[in-house]
Design a protein around this ligand. Structure first.
Ligand SMILES: [Ca+2]
Length: 289
């Protein structure tokens, strides 16, 4: 009898402990969900501020510590800080792309072959531009190349010889966009991209970037100024702009341990802002450079 009572007590204790553990776990999951919702809400608040046409990069409103554990931090730049791959794939702009590939350590012949392969991928005909480029007969799969402009950067992974780009520049994706007006924004582009695309030494490109940032920094006012700083007077600057019309904003919201990142691309051309892209990203290792 005593044994039976003891057994019953043991079972009851087990049930009580298990139920308490399950209920604690449920409570923790609930808490994590609430924190995540709050983090997303905070990220959206940052996006709302950053998307406002009057907000400029560096505005103190872009950062807000709502409480000790809740905050958002937003950044404003332009999509034209990156190179529009489709815009580079024209006879006129192709030498720029070849120069970029060479800045990644590829030989002139390889740079020209790979740039031509990208052109072959997008142009309507099936005629190879160079012996080292690729058209229909060089692809194993039916329907390749697509013979139209790139619709996503993922498509690049299917292009012949892309493994050479992956080897030369594993983070090539951070250089290109398919948004924007096709020009390069001198006031938001990185020193690396500016040096590669103009052929200027990286030190001069860094000098240009520090002249527009920092406590005494001011936006570059003219393309002549750009040419003077980079030492490229007389070069073609028609692919450059002083102010890209496509706004790129990113915002990270944090609530306790939870965080949420949102990126938004807004076309401001023509007065009325038009949303071109909205995506969430995981915060670790992401964000604007
Ligand atoms: Ca083609």
């Amino acid at each position: 009898m005593l044994l039976a009572v003891l057994c019953l007590l043991a079972v009851l204790s087990f049930l009580i402990i298990t139920t308490a553990a399950m209920s604690r776990e449920h409570g923790e999951m609930q808490q994590a969900r609430t924190s995540m919702m709050r983090a997303r809400q905070l990220a959206e608040s940052g996006i709302a501020v950053a998307a406002h046409p009057l907000i400029k990069a560096g505005d103190p409103l872009l950062q807000n510590h709502v409480s000790g554990i809740e905050s958002y931090e937003a950044k404003v730049t332009t999509e034209e800080r990156l190179l529009n791959l489709n815009a580079l794939l024209t006879a006129e702009r192709l030498p720029l792309l070849e120069r970029i590939f060479m800045s990644w350590g590829l030989s002139l012949a390889d740079a020209q072959d790979i740039a031509a392969t990208l052109m072959d991928w997008t142009d309507a005909d099936d005629l190879k531009r160079r012996p080292g480029s690729a058209e229909k007969l060089d692809y194993q799969h039916e329907g390749l190349p697509l013979n139209r402009p790139f619709a996503s950067l993922d498509e690049l992974e299917r292009v012949a010889r892309v493994e050479e780009l992956n080897a030369a520049k594993p983070d090539w994706r951070t250089w290109f966009t398919l948004r924007g007006n096709g020009q390069l924004d001198i006031n938001t582009a990185s020193a690396e991209i500016l040096a590669a695309v103009t052929g200027a030494p990286i030190e001069k490109a860094e000098q240009l970037v520090s002249s527009r940032t920092g406590p005494k920094g001011a936006p570059i006012q003219s393309l002549e100024e750009v040419a003077a700083i980079l030492g490229i007077a007389g070069s073609d600057t028609s692919f450059m702009t002083l102010s890209g019309p496509t706004r790129h904003v990113e915002s990270i919201g944090r609530a306790g341990d939870a965080s949420c990142g949102i990126a938004l691309v807004l076309d401001l051309n023509g007065g009325t802002p038009r949303m071109v892209e909205w995506r969430e990203f995981s915060v670790k290792g992401a964000g604007l450079p």
